[in-house]
Design a protein. Structure first.
Length: 432
């Protein structure tokens, strides 16, 4: 594909990804999925059947009525408050799932003083879930047909609420695991027993990678469905690349605050090497040499500064410690939309998202490999341009956007409700 053809294709994608209505998500964008849920969509990506309501299982809904989904998010991202003036909807893009056949409600952040905030956070740290936040939102949770959760901190407390609810009809719970499986073997026996008991309340387990899905089978003897995470193309529009032209010295940037970022390897790879001009944006403490004047370590705040960092860089680096939950995927997706070359540690299931023809993967904790891989990209602008184009093509083909993320949840909800309806009918026949 020529540069002009690639740019034209990406521009069409940018237009399409912003064109959505209540019933169609990313219509016309090619979709390649690792899941078993493509039957719900036609070739165009439009819904074959928008109605996923009806008399559907554990908590019945009336035919032709909208399915009521409650999105239980962590405290601090209440959509009625979070970036309110920007009208961005729900963090992570769940709002893209709203349609005539699906109504979404969201957890509400109740006002709290310093004392209550300290108590709530202390309990969350001790128990591994936010019981206070969930209890405050109990009415909306229990009135829902289906509950969506983003991490285990939300679904464990929601599961406890469902366990304590009296009566046979309860909302279906979609439980998405992120960090829990990585720390499972370090938990005490009692906590593991309690968590597994709570997990029995989940109608469906999801993970963001196949690595994590394999651990659900190993530790919990449960199957999990992989749901691919996505980037907001409103916050980070896709920027087609006609020709990648690196600076000299090569500009290398990294950003992130989570505990799985490997900043020691990043510093060892680039400090005091005159071939590189590096920036590291993090709020975490980074050990560094006083003589490393080619590396700037400073946090960035807000979208404008994040975009400016991506704009400045030639290469975005995502160095990681071992993990199974796609640590760094947000930065990787943002960098691809920004049209940057990406080098990442080949760990955590990132290859579920991008092939090694699109993203350059390096071994864990290998500073030399990281350094020379970045240098090789700078020495081959033509080849690097092809890698950037390929990464953007894979992002589009797999629909790695917040709209795609929401669409997967809609399809899974459709299947959950159908399965619950089938189980209810079987039970009714068994009682006859």
């Amino acid at each position: 594909m020529s540069a002009a053809e690639h740019a034209a294709q990406m521009q069409r994608v940018v237009w399409v990804t912003h064109r959505s209505n209540a019933n169609v998500l990313l219509q016309g964008v090619p979709s390649v999925s690792v899941h078993r849920y493509d039957a719900s969509f036609g070739a165009s990506g439009a819904w074959e059947s928008a109605d996923i309501g009806g008399d559907m299982g554990a908590k019945s809904t009336v035919a032709n009525e909208s399915t009521n989904v409650h999105v239980h998010l962590y405290y601090g991202v209440d959509p009625s408050i979070y970036r309110k003036d920007e009208n961005v909807g729900c963090l992570y893009g769940y709002h893209h799932a709203e349609s005539e056949s699906m109504t979404l409600s969201y957890s509400h952040d109740h006002p709290e003083g310093r004392a209550l905030r300290t108590i709530r956070r202390g309990l969350k740290a001790l128990l591994g879930c936010d019981l206070v936040h969930t209890f405050r939102n109990r009415a909306a949770l229990l009135e829902a047909d289906v509950i969506w959760t983003h991490t285990e901190r939300e679904y464990l407390s929601a599961a406890l609420l469902l366990m304590l609810k009296r009566g046979p009809r309860k909302p279906l719970l979609l439980a998405q695991s992120v960090w829990l499986l990585d720390i499972w073997e370090s938990l005490g026996v009692l906590k593991r027993v309690i968590f597994k008991r709570l997990l029995s309340q989940a109608s469906l387990l999801t993970t963001l990678t196949h690595d994590n899905a394999a651990l659900t089978k190993k530790f919990w003897n449960r199957e999990a469905t992989v749901v691919l995470y996505g980037v907001s193309t409103d916050d980070f529009p896709l920027q087609p690349v006609s020709e990648w032209r690196p600076h000299e010295p090569l500009r290398v940037a990294a950003i992130g605050n989570d505990r799985d970022r490997d900043w020691q390897t990043f510093m060892a790879a680039f400090e005091n090497d005159p071939r590189f001009n590096a920036r590291l944006a993090t709020q975490r403490k980074v050990t560094r040499s006083d003589r490393a004047d080619n590396v700037v370590v400073a946090p960035v705040s807000g979208l404008a500064q994040q975009r400016a960092l991506y704009e400045w860089a030639d290469v975005i680096v995502v160095p990681l410690h071992p993990n199974h939950h796609a640590s760094g995927i947000t930065v990787l997706l943002e960098a691809v939309t920004a049209g940057k070359a990406v080098v990442a540690t080949g760990i955590g299931g990132l290859s579920d998202y991008f092939s090694d023809d699109a993203v350059s993967y390096v071994p864990v904790h290998d500073a030399q490999s990281l350094r020379e891989t970045v240098a090789a990209l700078g020495a081959d602008p033509e080849g690097t341009t092809k890698r950037i184009r390929r990464s953007q093509q894979e992002l589009v083909s797999k629909d790695l956007t917040t709209r795609g993320f929401a669409r997967q949840h809609v399809m899974l909800t459709h299947q959950m409700l159908r399965r619950a309806q089938s189980n209810e009918r079987a039970e009714s026949l068994a009682r006859v």
